[in-house]
Design a protein around this ligand. Structure first.
Ligand SMILES: Cc1cc2nc3c(=O)[nH]c(=O)nc-3n(C[C@H](O)[C@H](O)[C@H](O)COP(=O)(O)OP(=O)(O)OC[C@H]3O[C@@H](n4cnc5c(N)ncnc54)[C@H](O)[C@@H]3O)c2cc1C
Length: 449
């Protein structure tokens, strides 16, 4: 991926980049100005939550050393710019794996904490933040704040899921999970409709470490809502060391248009359903293919064409899901937009220590759309409306365009993060949502006086 973009490529890449050292020196001197900076991990957020167009972003990736590892407990302490792939490679031979991994291993430790990422086992392990023991946070008061659930608990909680707004995480200690092997014994269960999926989802969670469903989003009529449920547990007989974490193939240049168009997706979905659906008996699958299927193709986001892609991730409460999820899928179908990756998953009840964490009990649906301008934006607004009406939330770190009202409805406690925000830190997302809310609230208060 070219440097300093966001993954969706719908927002401008950073104009001003400073090194981690420069950022640290400026913070320690106490001279960092308002909104001067934002830490940048590996740019795997889809929109503008990792960008700071009015200031600079600080590239944290060179800060990537492992500082300590206890092979007895699986607690690893590392600098925040380390990639999860590097942590996996270090810990695997000792029988440990991160308790929570997102769909790519190319995210930094700092980025995983700041967005409080989730994985296919949210029902068992909660979010990434549930496994953070402590971290060091540098703020513009020039001090390094050591934070844990017991010490500086307020900053600890505001930083987990705090989207980089509370300061720079320099290093962190996380508890890894003991596993028999990295690989996964997977079972694929086809379902013919969403109703069928909802019948089996809870039991699938109860019986497995991992559970996630793929939906054939373009299927209409009798096939609407069909898909495959993938469940799995770490296998006793798989790999005990990490495979090379790199792409086997790449998209070497930017195609002039979206390659993942509707006819392609129809054919792809049919082939995927047929191929995956054949493997119904439990089978051992490599961990990289199970957890990080898209990491094998470098720069695959280029396939969406020069205008980039929008991802929409919603979560709706369990009681509303049977109505809201089909409605979300029907809205996309009606708009004639094909989603390449359509993933449905049940979130469990484990609470995150994070103040503004996205996951909450219910069902989360993720859709990816090529950016077709106004038509796509209108569809995304419709998806927002369905989500909010159902009492749900839209994921901010996948977002590049949600309205401030949608953000406020999704995160009614946003003012608590604003209170903990370090004045030297801001993101384009925060300017677009929270700052707008604040100025309209201030305006309304003034008008009332
Ligand atoms: C293919 C793919 C699959 C994905 N699957 C999932 C998934 O299953 N679940 C999920 O939750 N997410 C998923 N994501 C999103 C991704 O996991 C998150 O956006 C992740 O936080 C990105 O981390 P990053 O290191 O690239 O950070 P960036 O995207 O660069 O930054 C993310 C945030 O972290 C902050 N930050 C980074 N480093 C620091 C630091 N040292 N100190 C303070 N703040 C910091 C930034 O300011 C920013 O707000 C996926 C993304 C892709 C591309």
């Amino acid at each position: 991926m070219p440097a300093y973009e966001s993954f969706g490529r719908t927002v401008p890449p950073a104009r001003r980049v400073i090194s981690a050292e420069e950022a640290i020196a400026s913070l320690k001197s106490g001279e960092a100005g308002k909104g001067a900076m934002l830490a940048y991990g590996n740019g795997r957020s889809y929109g503008d939550s990792c960008q700071n167009g009015n200031g600079a972003i600080a590239d944290m990736r060179p800060m990537n050393r492992i500082l300590a590892f206890d092979p007895g407990s699986g607690v690893v302490e590392a600098e925040a710019g380390i990639l999860l792939s590097e942590i996996i490679a270090h810990a695997a031979p000792f029988g440990f794996f991160p308790a929570v991994v997102p769909g790519t291993q190319f995210v930094t430790l700092g980025g995983a904490i700041a967005n409080d990422v989730h994985g296919k086992n949210h029902h068992r392990r909660g979010t990434f933040g549930c496994h953070v023991e402590a971290f060091s946070l540098l703020r513009s008061d020039g001090r390094v704040h050591h934070c844990s659930p017991e010490y500086n608990a307020g900053l600890f909680s505001a930083t987990i899921g705090g989207m980089g707004l509370t300061g720079i995480i320099l290093s962190a200690s996380i508890r890894l999970m003991r596993v028999a092997s990295l690989d996964v014994e997977e079972t694929v269960t086809p379902f013919g409709s969403l109703a069928e999926f909802f019948e089996i989802a809870e039991a699938a969670d109860a019986g497995n470490e991992y559970a996630v469903a793929w939906i054939d989003q373009l299927a209409a009529g009798k096939g609407a809502g069909r898909g495959l449920l993938m469940t799995g547990n770490h296998s006793n007989y798989g790999a005990r060391s990490a495979a090379a974490a790199g792409a086997n193939i790449s998209v070497p240049f930017q195609p002039p248009l979206n390659v993942l168009n509707r006819p392609f997706l129809k054919a792809f979905n049919a082939a995927y359903r047929w191929k995956k659906g054949k493997a119904r008996a439990p089978h051992v699958t490599g961990y990289q293919g199970f957890f990080f299927p898209l990491d094998g193709v470098r720069d695959w986001n280029r396939l969406y064409g020069p205008n980039g892609l929008f991802q929409h991730q919603s979560v709706v409460p369990e009681a509303a899901a049977r109505q809201a999820v089909p409605e979300l899928l029907a809205a996309a179908l009606k708009a004639g937009q094909g989603s390449f990756l359509t993933v449905l998953k049940r979130f469990g009840a484990t609470r995150s220590p994070g103040l503004l964490s996205f996951p909450r009990p219910g069902y989360t649906l993720t859709l990816d759309f090529p950016n077709r301008g106004t038509a796509t934006l209108k569809l995304l607004e419709r998806l927002d409306a369905i989500t909010i009406e159902a009492g749900g939330a839209v994921n901010p770190y996948k977002d590049a365009r949600m309205g401030a009202d949608v953000f406020a409805a999704s995160f009614p406690d946003w003012l608590m993060l604003e209170a903990a925000r370090d004045p030297a830190f801001i993101s384009d997302f925060w300017v677009r949502t929270a700052m707008r809310l604040q100025s309209s609230e201030a305006g309304a208060a003034q008008a009332a006086e």
